[in-house]
Design a protein around this ligand. Structure first.
Ligand code: HEC
Ligand code: HEC
Ligand code: HEC
Ligand code: HEC
Ligand code: HEC
Length: 284
């Protein structure tokens, strides 16, 4: 009996934190809501990169996801924000994406937003609940052509595209070094920094400024390039030495075999073996 109680207590102690971790009243209540407007965000969020990254309702909206009660879960004291004003959205998302927000805030888009014109917010381009991994494909006529002509958007895309290509090929080179077993941690870190500087730059929009900054990003990439080239030479030399060693051993093996055969022949000749494979016995 005592044993059973202990077992139950153990299960309880282990399961409780797991259970409260999984338990999320925002999701539970909203996915059962009758109003579509309350329910749909859950379905959309489940397709998003945030869902995969473990970012949940309350990470964006605040509130307490452990409260069953609607009013307690969404109380002001827990910092709950329902639907942010358009002008609040950059800070709403920017509490996690601060570097992107800072670049966005310098753009003509933010200027238009704050001037009460139709400047797009983060949500206009990335949606509120269905954010996916971002790429230059987001710059397309359907989205960017709604408020102004597509030409300036396309110029931006082309300026970024060239850089993107260089980054992708550098990524592949660093990856190859990594799989050769080289220590490329500092290269990976440098690449990550260059990559981040590039991608958030898109939000600045101002092409002249972007081209200027891409110049300095490119300088960093060139530095990285020479370091990576050095590492690649190490790999190449290592492979060359490896090949030479293999050839050497093969050659040595062949020579040893030839030497053995000539010794054997010599022996057979001097001991008059006459082609017999049997080794001569000691007594003969
Ligand atoms: C027991 C049910 C219940 C729980 C738990 C709950 N909600 Fe709600 N939520 C509602 C209902 C009903 C509404 C619509 C009425 C309202 O605005 O109060 C709503 C509205 C909202 C809105 C829109 C607000 C607006 O101003 O239009 C957001 C955003 C929201 N909930 C997020 C959350 C988050 C985040 C959590 C968890 C911390 C949460 N909810 C927990 C039932 C719930
Ligand atoms: C990445 C941040 C983020 C996450 C995560 C998130 N929301 Fe939202 N949510 C927003 C934003 C931003 C808006 C305002 C959209 C707008 O202004 O068009 C919003 C609006 C809403 C609304 C109002 C109706 C609507 O669609 O505009 C509800 C309800 C809501 N969210 C519920 C939820 C629930 C429930 C979850 C978790 C399943 C959740 N949200 C997760 C950012 C988020
Ligand atoms: C006009 C459309 C637009 C607006 C407004 C916008 N973005 Fe983006 N965002 C993009 C595009 C396009 C990319 C892809 C850039 C690239 O690949 O170089 C991107 C990339 C991103 C990335 C990925 C960056 C990376 O390192 O790969 C994040 C995060 C992001 N945006 C968040 C935000 C946030 C937060 C806001 C609001 C402060 C915002 N975006 C406003 C279009 C937009
Ligand atoms: C609580 C922190 C948090 C908030 C608030 C938040 N995000 Fe994110 N976001 C993340 C994390 C973490 C990731 C990376 C997830 C991953 O890579 O698995 C991410 C990824 C993204 C990406 C993809 C980035 C890429 O590498 O391509 C976009 C776009 C994005 N978020 C937009 C938004 C927008 C728009 C908002 C506001 C509506 C927002 N985020 C609010 C934490 C947050
Ligand atoms: C909701 C409306 C809206 C959407 C959607 C929109 N823009 Fe804009 N954009 C503006 C406004 C407003 C301005 C400032 C006035 C102007 O130049 O037309 C602007 C200006 C620009 C500029 C000029 C910036 C400068 O400094 O001269 C570029 C480039 C640009 N947008 C690119 C984009 C791209 C790329 C997209 C799609 C990913 C996009 N825009 C989507 C409203 C929008």
């Amino acid at each position: 009996m005592m044993k059973r109680i202990l077992w139950l207590a153990l299960v309880w102690v282990i399961a409780l934190p797991l259970w409260s971790e999984v338990k999320n009243t925002c999701v539970e209540c909203h996915q059962q809501a009758e109003e579509e407007e309350l329910r749909v965000p859950v379905e959309q969020w489940k397709t998003s990169i945030h869902y995969k990254g473990g970012i949940s309702c309350s990470d964006c909206h605040g509130g307490d996801p452990k409260q069953e009660d609607e009013d307690l879960a969404m109380s002001e004291e827990t910092g709950f924000v329902g639907v942010p004003e358009d002008t609040e959205i950059p800070d709403f998302c920017g509490k996690c994406h601060s570097a992107v927000r800072d670049n966005y805030m310098q753009s003509a888009h933010a200027e238009a937003l704050l001037a009460d014109e139709d400047g797009p917010t983060c949500v206009t381009c990335h949606t509120a609940h269905e954010q996916q991994r971002a790429s230059l494909d987001l710059i397309n006529e359907d989205l960017c052509g709604t408020c102004h002509d597509y030409d300036q958007a396309l110029r931006l895309k082309e300026a970024m595209r060239a850089m993107e290509g260089d980054l992708i090929s550098m990524e592949a080179r660093v990856e190859a070094l990594f799989s050769e077993g080289l220590d490329v941690e500092s290269e990976q870190r440098a690449l990550f920094a260059v990559r981040n500087r590039t991608h958030r730059l898109t939000h600045v929009l101002d092409i002249d400024r972007i081209l200027l900054e891409l110049g300095s990003v490119r300088a960093d990439l060139m530095k990285l390039d020479s370091r990576v080239t050095e590492q690649e030479n190490i790999v190449r030399n290592r492979k060359r030495v490896g090949t030479i060693l293999i050839v050497f051993f093969l050659l040595a093996a062949v020579l040893a075999r030839m030497y053995y055969h000539s010794l054997k022949e010599e022996y057979l000749k001097t001991h008059g073996g006459g082609g017999s494979e049997e080794p001569p016995t000691q007594s003969s």
